[in-house]
Ligand binder design. Sequence first.
Ligand SMILES: Cc1cc2nc3c(=O)[nH]c(=O)nc-3n(C[C@H](O)[C@H](O)[C@H](O)COP(=O)(O)OP(=O)(O)OC[C@H]3O[C@@H](n4cnc5c(N)ncnc54)[C@H](O)[C@@H]3O)c2cc1C
Length: 342
Amino acid sequence: MAKFEGYKDIYVFVEQRNGEIANVGYELISEARKLVASIPQMGFQVVGVLLGHNVTDKANDVIAHGADKVIVADHELLEGYSTQFYADTLTQIIETYKPDSFLTGATVLGRDLAPRVAARLNAGLTADATKIEIDQEKVADGEALLLVTRPTFGGNLFGTIVCPDTRPQMATIRPNVFSMDPVDTTRTGEVVAFTPDFKDTDAKVVVKEVIAKVVEGIDITKCDILVGAGRGAEDCLDMVEAVAEELGGAMCASRAVVDDGFASKDIQVGQTGKTVRPSLYIACGISGACQHVAGMEKSDMIIAINRDPQAEIFSIANMGFIGDVKEILPLLKEEIIAAKKA
Ligand SMILES: Cc1cc2nc3c(=O)[nH]c(=O)nc-3n(C[C@H](O)[C@H](O)[C@H](O)COP(=O)(O)OP(=O)(O)OC[C@H]3O[C@@H](n4cnc5c(N)ncnc54)[C@H](O)[C@@H]3O)c2cc1C
């Protein structure tokens, strides 16, 4: 008998707010598709889990993004996020369907929800993962053991964590770590309605008012071109910003620039900032510390400008320029604009 009889499939929590699905759910479904494709002998499916009120019609979008099946808990108590009702529902879904693994975005909501559910189920959870693989050696024993990698010791090391003794294997993954597959509206799948059984419908915490944070400026996680300013560009931030705008992108910054008070935390890239994956990232006067690199290394093309030829940033850059940002950035901008026109 297999060690975890009855547990199967990779489940993904599909986070929505006001009916709008967060991209991270689709990114995780795309990654889960790759994982199940790597273990065809297990016959696993990718299952989306959607909680909310009046959200059932969104299930088809989840299928179009790669899910084979979507479990929908559509209930008025799930209208807005409630730790209590969401954790109750998710725990019941997991107890009923027995997923082999369960992935959640490491968003504010996901970071609140996933550990509570894991604790209730006595399941192992790896937080803030950046890479997920399946241990192919265990597949012959009928096990789809996840190898979940995450930064540790302040981002100086990466640790790979396994949860060999319990199911489901749970993980939270930061937005933008995985890419999203193209939508296929011809895909078909199963939609399963789940009715949560709330033992106690009295909310322990009542949310009286939700004040949405007004994000000023551009959301750097959605930009196709980013020009990153590091401490080495602090005396020419106007230029960096102007070049970013001329290229149709936006400026972002290293933590040094944020800590020095020259940029807002909203545009910080890295382990304690945002994860970005633009098609072009120009790193200006950025040393390439691992905590910064963790937030931008998945960019399609990285160009680095640094006056120190030994700077770490050159080891991950596709193209590097050794010299002063103030001299090189304007020339580089002209080259990029000319290349775009050609
Ligand atoms: C727990 C933890 C979390 C962290 N999280 C983050 C994070 O999310 N994001 C982040 O960015 N950092 C983070 N850090 C900080 C990180 O370790 C680095 O200190 C930081 O990234 C350094 O920023 P920097 O490269 O801009 O500055 P510096 O390390 O000071 O590097 C400046 C670079 O600019 C070059 N330079 C100087 N002048 C010029 C010039 N005129 N022209 C060209 N090049 C020039 C220098 O050669 C140097 O390489 C974190 C650290 C810890 C411990």
